[in-house]
Each structure stands twice: as C-alpha cells, then as structure tokens.
Design a binder for this molecule. Sequence first.
Ligand SMILES: [Zn+2]
Length: 90
Amino acid sequence: MSGLICPHCGEKINLFKTGGGEKAADELGVPFLGRIPIEPAIVDSTDQGRPFIRAYGKTPTARLMDEIVGEIIKKVENKDIHQTAGLTQR
Ligand SMILES: [Zn+2]
C-alpha cells in the first residue's frame, strides 16, 4: 500500500516512507509493478462481497489496479513468467 488519499481534500498522505516497494522488488530481482494507495472503499466493497474493481471501477485506485493487472497479463503472455517470479535471478 502506498499512501492514503485524504477523503476530505483528495490530497495524498504518505503514511509510510516511499520507495519501499521499489527497493524490495530490486532486492528480490522482480519487476516493480506500481503503487496502490490505501483505499477505504476497498473495505466497503469487500465487506459487501463485491469486487472493488467492479464496485469502484472508475476510481483512480481501480485504474491503478487495472494497469498492474495489465502488466502482469503482458508478462505472462510474453512467457516472461520466470523473470516475473524472480526465478532466473538466483
Ligand atoms: Zn485532507
């Protein structure tokens, strides 16, 4: 999770430091796919048993998730799965 979009003013609040995901991906030899903010609407949708992307598909967070899924699909379709899993790095 990367930051929180303030429900009052829409400003991004970095609750934790930034760059941890990129650093971990680099250390693990796997691609960094993106940042998804802490999203209170995920709690609402999942509590209702509705997938977030379906319930809130037009939100910026859903678009970010969609981009990450698109990157994963691209890598799998390119049979880049060993690199994606970091299996060729060791
Ligand atoms: Zn605010």
